[in-house]
Design a protein around this ligand. Structure first.
Ligand SMILES: [Zn+2]
Length: 150
C-alpha cells in the first residue's frame, strides 16, 4: 500500500471546551500507519529518545506485527498508543487512484456489517496486546463506505 494512504478519525469529534494539559494551546499527534518494521527500528527509538509518544495504527493481519508482537507490546508499555487500523487494511478499489487495491481486499465488496465485526475483532486482538479497552480507529485510505454503506 502506498505511503500516506490513510486518514485518522481520532480528531474528527465535534468541537467542545477542552483545556490542554499544562496550559498548552495545541498538541501534535504523531501517527504511524500499518505496523511496518521501520517504525519499530527507527521511529520508536527516536520518539523514546526525545520523550515523545506516538500513535501507531496497526493492521492486525500484518506479518511485521505477528513477527514482532513483543516489541509492539513493549511500545504500549512505554506509553505509545496502539490504534485500530482494521484487520486487513481494506480500501475501495473504485476510489480515485486506488487501482492498486486487489479484489480480495476491495472495500467496495465488503458489507459495513462485516467490516464492523472485523473492527470489533481487531479491538479484541489489540486488547490482548496492550490490555487497553479504549481505542483510536484510523480509516485505511480514508474510505468512508463499505459496499456503498457508511
Ligand atoms: Zn494505512
Amino acid at each position: 500500500m502506498p505511503a500516506h494512504c490513510c486518514r485518522s478519525v481520532a480528531g474528527a469529534a465535534t468541537a467542545r471546551a477542552f483545556n490542554w494539559p499544562g496550559g498548552a494551546k495545541a498538541a501534535i499527534n504523531l501517527t504511524y500507519d500499518d505496523a511496518i518494521d521501520s517504525q519499530l527500528d527507527h521511529a520508536l527509538p527516536a520518539l523514546n529518545k526525545y520523550g515523545l509518544k506516538g500513535t501507531f495504527n496497526l493492521v492486525l493481519s500484518s506479518q511485521p506485527l505477528a513477527r514482532r508482537m513483543d516489541e509492539w507490546r513493549r511500545a504500549a508499555e512505554q506509553g505509545h498508543e496502539l490504534a485500530n487500523h482494521t484487520l486487513f487494511h481494506q480500501c475501495s478499489h473504485s476510489a480515485p487512484g486506488h487501482e492498486w487495491v486487489t479484489a480480495d481486499n476491495d472495500l467496495d465488496h465488503i458489507s459495513a456489517t462485516a467490516l464492523a465485526a472485523q473492527i470489533r475483532l481487531a479491538n479484541v486482538m489489540l486488547h490482548a496486546i496492550d490490555g487497553r479497552s479504549e481505542r483510536t480507529f484510523a480509516l485505511p485510505c480514508g474510505d468512508l463506505l463499505a459496499a456503498g454503506t457508511p
